[in-house]
Unconditional design. Structure first.
Lengths: 113, 115
């Protein structure tokens, strides 16, 4: 099992809808999680972090963490065409040498007019 | 702040040639990371440094890859000799205190093509 897993998509939603992006993680991954957005040909950009069980909201974005189910999600409300990008879920793997941020392969989101 | 600066943006080289990628982290960040991104494998951590010291290089694929950080403001990733399977986008990222709320800030990446 990969440490962080995501559905590659593409996930298509109409403009104004809620986009729901999901991520599961293995026992090796610690309880700190991040969502990065990556536009085509660009570098990953941090948009959300979550450390505690439950929800965290920031504008149109809500991150959800369920430690019992080892599940992290990102909800994007009122989706806009500018939200079309690949969304990467990331978590820390604890190793003897330190903590390493490990990424899922990303979910491509397409917001259609 | 100019962010994490990488050079070159694009590199095309012939198989067998040496390739050197460069990175300048954000001033004051004490962690530096080198990642490689491909369609098949996504973002993979190659190596990371803390205060210029390599901490974990277990992601470096082969002895052909080497990385150095001679000072707090400069790091290089070298591939010698390069092979077509090394073609990928290489990202450098830096961070304060390595984890937690700060996350990682990525550079613009170097797109490497080995022909």
């Amino acid at each position: 099992q990969k440490e962080v897993e995501q559905n590659s998509g593409p996930l298509s939603v109409p403009e104004g809808a809620i986009a729901s992006l999901n991520c599961t993680y293995s026992d090796r991954v610690s309880q700190s999680f991040f969502w990065y957005r990556q536009y085509s040909g660009k570098s990953p950009e941090l948009i959300m972090s979550i450390y505690s069980n439950g929800d965290k909201e920031d504008g149109r974005f809500t991150a959800q963490l369920n430690k019992a189910s080892q599940y992290v999600s990102l909800l994007i409300r009122d989706s806009q065409p500018s939200d079309s990008a690949t969304y990467l879920c990331a978590g820390y793997i604890l190793t003897g040498g330190g903590n390493k941020l490990t990424f899922g392969t990303g979910t491509q989101l397409k917001v259609e007019l | 702040d100019a962010g994490v600066i990488q050079s070159p943006r694009h590199e095309v080289t012939e198989m067998g040639q040496e390739v050197t990628l460069r990175c300048k982290p954000i001033s004051g960040h004490d962690y530096l990371f080198w990642y490689r991104q491909t369609m098949m494998r996504g973002l993979e951590l190659l190596i990371y440094f803390n205060n210029n010291v390599p901490i974990d290089d277990s992601g470096m694929p082969e002895d052909r890859f080497s990385a150095k950080m001679p000072n707090a403001s400069f790091s290089t990733l070298k591939i010698q000799p390069s092979e077509p399977r090394d073609s990928a986008v290489y990202f450098c990222a830096s961070s304060l205190q390595g984890q937690g709320a700060y996350g990682y800030t990525f550079g613009s990446g170097t797109r490497l093509t080995v022909v």
